[in-house]
Ligand binder design. Sequence first.
Ligand code: ADP
Ligand code: MG
Length: 231
Amino acid sequence: MMTASRTVLRLQGVRHAYQEVDRKLEILKGADFELKAGEMVALVAPSGAGKSTLLHLAGLLERPEGGEIYISGKACGTLSDGERTARRRNDIGFVYQFHHLLPEFSALENVMIPQMIRGLSKSVAAERARQLLDYLRVGPRADHRPAELSGGEQQRVAIARAVANAPLVLLADEPTGNLDPETSGYVFEALSALARQSGLASLVATHNHALAERMDRVVTLEDGLIVPWSA
Ligand code: ADP
Ligand code: MG
């Protein structure tokens, strides 16, 4: 690419701690991080290191104790809760280890709902949902409820839902952590094809080193900071 990609997510000096009964558990101690448009970054760190905390802060689900989070260059610390909700809805897609799909709705409806909350018509939302499910090769399962889908299918529907509103950033918290190796492989393929095709930036927490190595960059958490992974 000729021009430098723009930064879509930036963490600057992010600090976060949890108050335990007798002590403060400092998880992030001034973490800096930058994610560019189209970039796929793996976050690999031991359990308890703070991966989920980091993703929740980056996804504006929690507010950091200190430092700042910028989405598309805009500082999020001073935004109201309502503005943060709007940013989450429009700019950020989140995928969890467990799919968190709404059990009483079909796969298609699960992908339509965030679009309709955003204000799109039912027919436009349905059309985009079908396209995404087809792209992720779960189109034939579109009318089934989550309980009728396999783990790999559930995660692909969850990915479709996360990107339904064409976010700038996809945050995924061990999205294949619950799947067997083969299923993990094709769910990851689906995720990366989608990211490559749409220019989406993604930060993916994973324990799977083979998958991490296939991303553009691998980072880890070390003493509360985000640092390049060195094997
Ligand atoms: P990871 O996702 O890397 O396993 P987490 O971000 O979930 O790590 O947790 C980091 C640490 O913070 C862990 O020691 C965890 O027990 C602690 N922790 C996470 N959430 C809370 C919370 N809401 N209250 C207190 N401690 C928490
Ligand atoms: Mg976690």
